[in-house]
Design a protein around this ligand. Sequence first.
Ligand code: NAD
Length: 315
Amino acid sequence: MKKQDINRVVLIGTGAVGCSFAYSFINQGVAEELVLIDVNEKRAEGEAMDLNHGMPFAPAPVKVWNGKYEDCGLADLVVITAGLPQKPGETRLDLVAKNTAIFKQIIKSVMDSGFNGIFLIATNPVDILTYVTWKESGLPKEKVIGSGTTLDSARFRYMLGEYFKVDTRNVHAAIIGEHGDTELPVWSRSTVGLESIETLLSKNPAFKQEDLDEIFVNVRDAAYHIIERKGATYYGIGMSLVRITKAILNNENSILPVSAYLEGQYGHKDVYIGVPAVINREGLREVVQIDLNKEEQAKFDHSVKVLKETMAPVL
Ligand code: NAD
């Protein structure tokens, strides 16, 4: 199929996360076309109607329709948020078998359309489903990206901004590892403005390591806290997916903590996991390998181990 001059993004899964992505996408005028696909076709149709009715107030026109898998043939990017959501008390990894089965079927349908673009995965457990997508699609690893710890890092930056009373956008800090219970903060590389967090703590006794440790626990457990209150989390991830989408379509070379395939970086291979990576029009240009301290490296190794053990029965 001949590629068009305009950008087409296909969203598979028009549930809470998918629609938050779509709403944010339209409000930021990210690309010319947005195709909605869901196993519940009526729902996708209703969402397309509703989103289109807001178009007079959008910054740029976006053509939105409920489509078919054939529409993926001309797509630049396919974003997948389809699947079963996390239930109260359930870990992300509990979902693995159910969502792997759904994914195998979805990826086959997308690839049958002649798709040759980039996949962006958000469905949980995201690191494992990104691996499944890479395996099932046969696409190069650069073309398959998971949202990874982008949302966790955003939560981290927000909470640190609140604590230090500065704009969250001046906080440069990341969570890496599995998007889930074994993720870890990279304190040794975190800065607020141009100051390292370590220096900030030593300069001002009002700031304490215990508070920072508590912030990390709240970041790690944020999904549980939100699910307990409102049943699901979706706005933050919707905006995170738009951020990654823009980095891809605008060829930004932005560094984002996505789920990337490791081939020896950080001492590991054959796993998709959250690490900083340069994102552009080709997908994932390269994994950024930062020096971790001993404790961080040990936690990262543990995260990889847990992911690999969880993945083993389904792959
Ligand atoms: P939801 O139930 O609201 O939506 C899921 C949608 O997927 C539904 O509309 C359903 O009809 C559709 N679907 C199911 N099977 C399908 C198939 N075979 N083909 C096409 N569509 C299909 O769930 P949600 O709250 O939107 O969550 C979606 C996923 O996103 C979950 O796995 C959730 O855990 C995950 N999530 C990820 C992050 C992250 O940071 N990566 C954050 C929040 C949620």
